[in-house]
Design a protein around this ligand. Structure first.
Ligand code: NAG
Ligand code: NAG
Length: 171
């Protein structure tokens, strides 16, 4: 009985734990074939098909913001590197050697707003630039102030799609 209860508790809690550290592709709402990805120089874009990259969604480096949960996006391919904004454009940068440690954590943290503009899609608001959301423009990912334009809503809406890493190609 006791063990059953533990098992039941684990079944309730485990999805919460894994959900927090989910590995995802972030799919664009209006360019359905495009997901977030980084170029060799670290600049972040929405990229077509297999061009996109997987990210691990972690609790935000900045901690909570006014009691609200925050998230940071860590590259799966480059561990310890996070998407952060710099001059309002998103870049992948290592947390081990950030350009400016005093603002790195906040520039790499976002408040997720599920279903803000569209059901099933999440908008990500900057922690230190209120009302600035991650959007794509000319395919480049950046933070921009919400201007109420319909295009802004679709450009700033993304679907975090969980992917499961299978170890099947080890040979
Ligand atoms: C933090 O973000 C702002 C806006 O993107 C940028 O101007 C600033 O340079 C960033 N700070 C650092 C240290 O990168
Ligand atoms: C780092 O960021 C802080 C806060 O924005 C700023 O005061 C400082 O001058 C920056 N340092 C460098 C080296 O950019």
């Amino acid at each position: 009985m006791f063990f059953l209860r533990i098992a039941a508790t684990l079944m309730v809690l485990l999805p919460l734990v894994t959900a927090q550290k989910a590995i995802v592709l972030l799919r664009s709402k209006n360019y359905e074939d495009y997901t977030w990805g980084v170029r060799d120089n670290g600049d972040a874009y929405i990229k077509q098909g297999y061009g996109g990259d997987a990210f691990r969604i972690l609790p935000g480096l900045s901690g909570k913001k006014n009691g609200k949960k925050t998230v940071s996006f860590m590259s799966l391919e480059h561990p310890c590197s996070y998407l952060r904004h710099y001059n309002f454009f998103l870049h992948l940068e290592s947390s081990k050697n950030p350009r400016n440690a005093s603002t790195f954590d906040e520039n790499a943290s976002f408040i997720p707003r599920p279903n803000l503009f569209f059901r099933g899609y999440t908008a990500y608001e900057s922690v230190n630039y209120p009302n600035h959301f991650i959007r794509h423009g000319d395919f480049r990912l950046q933070i921009r102030p919400y201007d109420r334009h319909p295009l802004f809503k679709t450009d700033a809406s993304f679907k975090p799609e969980k992917i499961v890493l299978q170890k099947r190609c080890s040979n």
